[in-house]
Design a protein around this ligand. Sequence first.
Ligand code: PEP
Ligand code: MN
Length: 342
Amino acid sequence: MIIALKHDARAEEIGDFTAFLEKQGVRVHLSEGASQTVLGLVGDTSGIDEEGLMARRLVEKVIRVQEPYKRANRVFHPEDTRIEIVVAGGKTRLLGGGYLGVIAGPCSVETREQIVTVAKAVKEAGAGFLRGGAFKPRTSPYSFQGLGCEGLDLLLEAKRETGLPIVTELMAIHQLEVFDGVDIIQVGARNMQNFALLKELGRCKKPVLLKRGPASTITELLMAAEYIMAGGNGRIILCERGIRTFDSYTRNTLDLSAVPALKRHTHLPVIVDPSHATGIAWMVPAMAKAAVAAGADGVIVEVHNDPETALCDGEQSITPDAFAALMGALEKYAEFEGKLLR
Ligand code: PEP
Ligand code: MN
């Protein structure tokens, strides 16, 4: 971090300020020019509050050289993180670090028949994980809110029937009590900056699928991951799911450039959700393939046995047949990228 001081900063003030900075565990190098003094901070600056520094009278400008996240940073952990999940029979399923993970299933769990039918179909097509929301974050309080605990039970039944590990959204801390059988906890886009929730997940032993907020920057997503990691849980999968832009043709705008950007700055696995990114079923296969070609470690895709009657997100849900065709293509994309699909 570099701190440029005002030209009228007094020696005594600079001395006090330097002592204040050193107390925070960094070394301070002072460079005095003819008209300006600059402080160079070396060491771990992640705990230093830039805005707080700007409030000081003698500070002209603060330039951060190091990224504000440490545990999520590839600089301190060059190898890719691989998420390992133990499934029925002691086998493991992997995502990241050379393994492409495909998560598929309906937006919401609706009935036993629906979730089990979709689970069997996506398993048959080669999906590695089953998704399905039990607690749903809906824009309108009058829309279907998910089946709650009953939905979780049905999801667990689909897990028992197929052996697929399950991914489902946690909306509030108290719901953790009923998440015992869940394999990956999803933090939805709307909760990406729910810091109380993130802190609690830091204390949790389960992997977390962290979705990017629709108006969040890449650095904010990484800082959200840092919250969970700072609490002691390093098993995080980041997910680009589209951001809000001026264009309304698609539900969101898939920021595919986030994939190589994230992969460059973090060792955590990065996946893409082409369903929420586009909101349009016929676009999903193209964007899923593009995600893998861009270097994503996986995709999460909404699949419904009868999209027309789906209680949530039917317009962006692909059918089991379309999903099977997509899996055929993804196998080739995975091979081209040198990744293993199962
Ligand atoms: C979902 O995955 O069903 C969902 C609600 O996603 P997001 O949080 O990305 O909107
Ligand atoms: Mn959905």
